[in-house]
Write a protein that binds this ligand. Structure first.
Ligand code: AMP
Ligand code: MG
Length: 353
């Protein structure tokens, strides 16, 4: 399908003010859509004050209208343009984790287009820890509403090539600043309730936040309803991170047992003439008899597993496997965010052994 021309530019993160960043900023200020790197995943940015530009994000991604966007800022002072209730706990986590992979949900100021917040009375805000993202927001001169730069439902993009696969012809520009460091989306923390609630686990862990604020609660996994019967994080009710292939997660206490079960599944699928791809850790990858094994990283360094997770899901999908079997990881620290994304990619197909 031929759509609009999507420009591609490269910006060196070591020297982001050089090159076409000001052109990218002008496109954004004038209502265009530009995808850009952050430390979590690539974002698809639009001028937050322009409701038509915000509406265009939903169209390009095929995103449901009731799933609100995160507003990206380059300077802490901009948070006061978005909320007039920046509480002391909010200030403390902003000071501790910004710039970084933490999004805060605050009560919103009037004037922010309804499309940004999907009509909610709250707004989600984050300052990304990436020199290209920060420079781009400055060049645009306005905060940027920016969800992940993928087609809705697919794994989030961690390289500019992933963005091009999904959105070529649908957006104005892709700014390539290399692969993303964290690899999973930001932690979303709702500070409008007491105690605060983690709506989505991410790069900043529950332990990190409790170190600053004391006890915080954790919203249960995918699609769970709050006490009022509506999901507190609207995005959580949708299918996410789903490659074309079926995904099965095999998890448990002991990774040698996980290994045996995955090996058995590979043989079962082969007997049915189906091709299985495996998303494996370095500890187990070499033992599998499968044509397609993608190694995400060592169990001793879950940050690396997080970094390579979406890349691996997209890679195996390109290899046209019938099923992706993913090994599970211990659910603590960043492992909570890893398992949250894997379980969503798998729907209900999680085997605990
Ligand atoms: P994405 O940027 O595609 O990773 O999605 C943004 C996530 O932030 C979604 O899961 C949203 O539900 C969540 N979010 C954005 N704004 C709010 C808000 N005001 N209240 C609760 N969750 C929000
Ligand atoms: Mg997303």
């Amino acid at each position: 399908m031929k759509g609009k021309e999507t420009k591609y530019i490269k910006i060196d993160p070591a020297d982001p003010s050089k090159g076409a960043i000001s052109e990218a900023g002008t496109i954004l200020r004038n209502g265009g859509l530009v995808a850009f790197p952050t430390e979590t995943v690539y974002g698809l940015g639009a001028n937050v004050t322009n409701s038509e530009a915000v509406a265009a994000i939903f169209k390009a991604k095929g995103r449901p209208a009731d799933n609100p966007l995160i507003v990206h800022i380059s300077d802490v002072s901009q948070v006061y343009d978005l909320s007039d209730d920046v509480t002391v706990p909010a200030q403390r986590v902003m000071e501790a984790f910004w710039p970084g992979p933490l999004t805060v949900v605050l009560s919103k100021k009037p004037g922010i287009p309804d499309g940004v917040t999907a009509g909610l009375s709250t707004v989600a805000v984050r300052m990304p820890d990436h020199p290209v993202a920060l420079e781009l927001i400055k060049a645009a001169g306005v905060p940027l509403a920016a969800p992940s730069a993928n087609t809705s439902g697919k794994p989030s993009p961690t390289t500019a090539q992933h963005v091009l696969q999904d959105l070529t012809g649908k957006i104005d520009m892709v700014v390539d600043g290399g692969a993303c460091r964290v690899g999973l989306e930001s932690t979303v923390l709702d500070l409008t309730s007491e105690p605060p609630v983690i709506l989505r686990p991410g790069g900043v862990t529950r332990d990190d936040i409790e170190g600053i604020l004391g006890r915080v609660e954790m919203e249960n996994s995918a699609g769970d309803k709050g006490s009022l019967g509506t999901p507190r994080s609207p995005g959580m009710k949708y299918t996410h991170y789903s490659p074309r292939a079926d995904v099965v997660v095999v998890t448990g206490e002991d990774y040698t047992v996980i290994f045996e079960k995955v090996a058995e599944l590979i043989a079962d699928y082969r007997a049915k003439n189906q091709k299985a791809g495996v998303l494996a850790s370095t500890e187990t990858a070499r033992g599998y008899c499968s044509d397609e094994v993608f190694t995400v990283g060592s169990r001793a360094r879950l940050e690396t597993v997080a970094q390579n997770l979406f890349y691996g899901l997209r890679y195996l999908d390109e290899e046209d496997v019938d099923v992706i079997i993913a090994e599970g990881y211990p659910e603590s620290g960043i492992g909570i965010a890893i398992m949250n994304r894997l379980k969503k990619a798998a729907g209900n197909k999680v085997i605990y052994i």
